[in-house]
Design a protein around this ligand. Structure first.
Ligand code: AMP
Length: 284
């Protein structure tokens, strides 16, 4: 069946309320559209857990910095709706920015500590934009379960913290990163890559494998591992490192020595495209 397309915030709120009244459980997948297999995997998980699935498509202006790619972010609403129909999604919520942020809007949700490092350091204000829009979307869509990708590990951590801190009545589910056959994490932004850059983009997954091998072999010195990974990434053409860090997977604080399972998190420019990837480095 065709999914119901809802553009108005008010209609979405009323629809969610009546679904709840009828006894449905609502699974929610927030996205910025230009959907790929990673997004669709989140939809499957929502479907497995709930009787109704809502997917939002909203390129949220407040999470982009002034010099970032808001205007050129890829958009394909018709193609997205076809993909969501194939996954039997019940409702596609596609609000307008003016309806989400009407005149006079002034409330911001800020998760303080978890947003200081990693992408929070390179993208000031980004996670305020994310936390605020996700909080609004939760109030509009009223989900029982909301599904997020581990590809955006810091985002998943920030949202989980917000939900705990503000006693939001929604369960957050994280889903492992879906990758291309050569390991590149799927991302709407991969569409920016020229063929030569696409080759170099493999270096992020290459670095993950390299780090895992080093840790398996007993290497525990974080600065040594990072130096090796950076050298490897920079040996590929068109790459420029934003950050390569190894942090505690819970509080995202930087580590100097690997003592337990640790998170390798990276942001790398390939040409002008900023790609992120991460992986938990397991010690046996
Ligand atoms: P975006 O449209 O990029 O804002 O992403 C929407 C949701 O899809 C977020 O929860 C992302 O973490 C998730 N996501 C994006 N790429 C992937 C991927 N390759 N594998 C799994 N989840 C993903």
């Amino acid at each position: 069946m065709e999914p119901q397309i809802i553009k108005s915030v008010e209609t979405m709120q009323e629809t969610a309320a009546s679904l709840r009244q009828m006894g449905h459980t609502i699974g929610f997948v927030p996205t910025m559209g230009y959907l790929h297999q990673g997004h669709l995997r989140l939809v499957e998980v929502a479907k497995e857990n709930c009787s109704k699935v809502v997917v939002s498509i909203f390129v949220n202006p407040t999470q982009f910095g002034p010099k970032e790619d808001f205007n050129r972010y890829p958009r394909d609403p018709e193609g997205d709706i076809i993909k969501l129909k194939e996954k039997d999604v019940d409702i596609v919520f596609m609000p307008e920015a003016d309806d989400m942020y009407p005149e006079g809007f002034q409330t911001v949700i800020s998760v303080k500590e978890l947003t200081k490092g990693l992408c929070g350091a390179s993208r000031p204000g980004h996670f305020d934009g994310v936390a605020t829009v996700v909080c609004k979307l939760f109030n509009i869509v009223k989900p029982h379960i909301a599904v997020f990708g581990q590809k955006d590990y810091q985002q998943l951590t920030v949202i989980s913290r917000m939900v705990r801190d503000l006693n939001m009545d929604v369960e957050i589910v994280g889903v492992p990163t879906v990758r291309e056959s050569d390991g590149l994490a799927m991302s709407s932004r991969n569409s920016y890559l020229h063929p030569e850059e696409r080759e170099s983009a493999r270096s992020l997954y290459g670095a993950i494998l390299m780090a895992q091998r080093m840790v398996e072999k007993g290497e525990r010195d974080v600065s040594y591992i990072i130096k090796e990974l950076e050298g490897f990434i920079l040996s590929h053409r068109h790459t420029r490192i934003d950050y390569v860090k190894i942090v505690d997977p819970d509080d995202l604080e930087e580590l100097s020595e690997i003592k337990g399972d640790s998170l390798l998190a990276m942001a790398v420019y390939v040409g002008s495209t900023r790609l992120i990837d991460n992986s938990i480095l397991k010690i046996d």
